[in-house]
Design a protein around this ligand. Sequence first.
Ligand code: UD1
Ligand code: CA
Length: 454
Amino acid sequence: MPVTVIILAAGQGKRMRSDLPKVLHPLAGRPLLHHVLTSATALKPREIRVVHGHGGGQVQAAFLGQPIGWYHQAVQKGTGHAVQQALPKIPPGDVVLILYGDVPLVQPATLKKLVARAAKGQVAVLTTGMANPTGYGRILRGERGAVVAIVEEKDATPQQRQISEINTGLIACPAGKLARWIGRLKPNNAQKEYYLTDVIGLAVKDKVPVAAVAAESEDEVLGINDKAQLAAAERILRRRLAGQLMAAGVTLTDPERIDIRGELVCGRDVVIEPDVIFEGVVHIGDGARIGAFTLIRNTLIGAGTVVHPHCLLEDGLIGPRCEIGPYARMRPGVELAEGAKLGNFVEVKRSVIGRGSKVNHLSYIGDATIGEQVNVGAGTITCNYDGTNKHRTVIGDGAFIGSGVELVAPVEIGAGATIGAGATITRSTPAGQLTIERGKQLSIPGWKRPVKRP
Ligand code: UD1
Ligand code: CA
């Protein structure tokens, strides 16, 4: 049976105390709403509709180009009213699945259970038991245990408030029936709102069975209302992702200390030490090791490569068996060929480092093309910027650049050339030759240090 998903995301999120609309707050590097959309998409629905309100333009802009129908709820008059905005033209034979933009951890398997009930003509409510149910709608059951209504905290009697079974808010329902009941909602309650939850009472009146589907765990239905809940969700998701990596054979020295803000794909026998942050899309080849305290963003890492601690690697392509760091910085646009090495305190930007070449200590390499088996000595700098334009440095295969060399671009170092330490190279140098550029060394015999005046 075709499913139309409605995601409620018009709420303001006051308790986040932020200018950012609540559903755009990042969880594992992606907006809350992104996570809900991902779970919804797994059901292969006919359509996904999002009800937006506060900061609506911003929310739409964040999901530009995605197949989402946007419905504006100008004034927040309750969850029932929100659903009503998105109901027009849903085929009555569809199942409508209602999700919340701020309940990001719900799993597709759970949603499928809700949909399966609704496909049989029932109303399915996702519920869970909560040690502290304060603030939630409580599930009221009749004498034979059937769900008869949901009562909001603010409308509940003291006895009803003792009930620990709560409404997570996620509901699936046959579209035709839902449209009928939504039309009958009245804001006769403490908050003067149109409650979606009143649909349950109406279903019972119409003798439509109501099924309570239990969530896998309390975690899955955690709603994000403030920064503490956001941090709790982050922790839950981190555990989930770390668990998936370990199940796939990755060694995580401490699964509590890894941050995956995007997509991380690992080969066999990958080792990740503590406190590594992954952002965007990162792929790590077989047998690679990532040292502690490193941030890696949108980078592909070849098999057998070792990243030592304290590196920052962005938008790069790292070949197999490379060695990087400690304390290396790869800015965007760097390609390291097989076996290349970047040592400590080396910054590289928009450059290609050829096979087996080494930049081992305290260097800046920008806008350079370095051939194979090149050795770049300590403290070497490509002077790529003349204050107005950027220029390229090209270093041929097998060249040896002595320590403390400045390569003033545009400049080309021939293959097999040797550059003596301390040179400032402003013109291209021939292949195979030694080029030296330095003042003559002078020693002054009989010279005396000044003495301190009495
Ligand atoms: C709702 C449920 C409650 C449940 C709880 C779970 C109702 C009446 N109550 O309560 O039973 O235990 O969720 O978290 O449904 N929203 C709109 N427009 C509105 C109002 C809300 O889009 O006019 C959206 C919010 O952005 C949010 C979701 O609906 O994503 C829930 O709204 P919220 O105000 O948090 O609902 P509660 O009153 O907490
Ligand atoms: Ca809420």
